[in-house]
Ligand binder design. Structure first.
Ligand code: ADP
Ligand code: MG
Length: 392
């Protein structure tokens, strides 16, 4: 992967930077600027080296040019963070945009309007890619969260730019996640939870090959428990997921040594999913009809925590229960604390897992909290990300 050091001299030149500014915006204001702040090291380095920047990002999934998906609030917040004016172009192509780009002086920043206003973006349209490439002398991709998509601003434009490189954030994400699979400090413990086995089967398969232990929690444990012959009552448990769980337990199509797969031994139940649901402890695994499992039980959570604390490397994706509801947050909290306290390398991926860490105030206590949901899962599954491949 080519890095910023490989770009060479950029002073007096324009660099097109694909950033991930897909942030929450309410009433014209950015409500969480984590992703904007995460791009600053790359933007600052390029500006310190004397480049002018043309930034490209998407925001949401516009069907047409919905004004509420304009990047105007993002330009405003970026300008506040960087302490310099940031100009917002009226679009991403056309004479006026080309003119604004060519008028940039060293260290100036121009943010193009939401790239997904352009219908050619998600189709990787070659004309759009050529227009983007025409705006700058070099290309940098720092949008890890979009690297699993072959779009005009991630792949098409990169193919047209002789000088292209990964930004600091993208390179760090790729290096950290790849290292977990390639050469982890052992034991490597994967903690996998969340809603559905089908969402995570690729990740489970990957860790069966490389991890020492896989700890399963969340609604995802019920297809496994059902496959083992336990009754799951009304717990979330799709029939297709039971088949996937069975094949994962059989270990078919996996060569070499396999990780030990651990399941909970106690649960917390309720008769419905909701804030007002009354938690009922179950010391065992037979969920009666009319009840559903909404969290792993305290014995399971403590056992998982012990395994996590002895790990050389932990990868955690997916909450252990319905953590958004306080009565069912305990299992996820215990596991999150153990990950935070683990002296080894700790990597967390997934939108809801990140939300859980924030809810418990532990977001700064892990080695790496991935910014890319889909992209980090695909990397862990061993898939090649088109936005990363093109930077090699
Ligand atoms: P991530 O975004 O971290 O990859 P997922 O999206 O796979 O995680 O799963 C998170 C969702 O799973 C949460 O909304 C949570 O409420 C739900 N969940 C976890 N355990 C259960 C359960 N036992 N029953 C119902 N929903 C659950
Ligand atoms: Mg999720």
């Amino acid at each position: 992967m080519r890095t910023l050091a490989d770009l060479g001299e950029v002073a007096g030149q324009r660099v097109l930077v694909r950033v991930d500014f897909n942030v929450p915006v309410h009433d014209g204001t950015v409500t969480d600027d984590t992703r904007i702040a995460a791009a600053l090291p790359t933007l600052n380095e390029l500006r310190e080296r004397g480049a002018a920047l043309v930034l490209v990002s998407h925001l949401g999934r516009p069907q047409e040019r919905e004004p509420e998906l304009s990047l105007a609030p993002v330009a405003q917040r970026l300008s506040e963070l960087i302490g310099e004016p940031v100009k917002l172009a009226p679009g991403a192509r056309g004479d006026e945009v080309a003119h604004l780009a060519s008028a940039l002086r060293d260290r100036d920043i121009l943010l193009l309007e939401n790239i997904r206003y352009e219908p050619g973006e998600t189709k990787n349209d070659p004309d759009l890619a050529a227009d983007l490439a025409g705006l700058a002398d070099a290309y940098v991709d720092d949008a890890f969260g979009a690297a699993h998509r072959a779009h005009a601003s991630t792949v098409g434009v990169a193919e047209l730019m002789e000088r292209r490189a990964a930004g600091l954030l993208l390179a760090h994400e790729v290096d950290t996640l790849t290292e977990v699979l390639r050469d982890p400090a052992r034991p490597l413990v994967a903690v996998l939870g969340g809603a559905k086995v089908s969402d995570k089967i690729g990740v489970i398969r990957s860790f069966q090959r490389v991890a020492d232990t896989i700890l399963i929690g969340g609604a995802m444990c019920f297809p496994f428990l059902k496959a083992m012959g336990h009754s799951v009552g009304d717990s979330l448990c799709a029939q297709d997921d039971v088949k996937l769980a069975l094949s994962a337990m059989a270990g078919d199509s996996i060569g070499g040594p396999e990780a030990t797969l651990q399941l909970p031994s106690d649960l917390v139940l309720a008769d419905h999913f909701g804030d007002d649901a009354e938690p009922v402890a179950l010391d065992g695994l037979e969920v009666p009809d009319g009840m559903m499992g909404l969290d792993i039980g305290p014995r399971s959570a403590d056992g998982y925590a012990e395994t996590i604390q002895r790990a050389g490397t932990v990868f955690w994706n997916g909450p252990m229960g319905a953590f958004e509801l306080e009565p069912f947050a305990a299992g996820t909290r215990t596991v999150a604390r153990a990950v935070a306290d683990c002296p080894g390398t700790t990597v967390v991926g997934g939108g809801d897992s990140a939300a859980a860490l924030h809810q418990f105030g532990l977001q700064d206590r892990v080695t790496h909290l991935s910014t890319g949901g889909g992209a980090s899962m695909e990397l862990i599954e061993g898939k090649e990300l088109p936005g990363v491949e093109v930077l090699s």
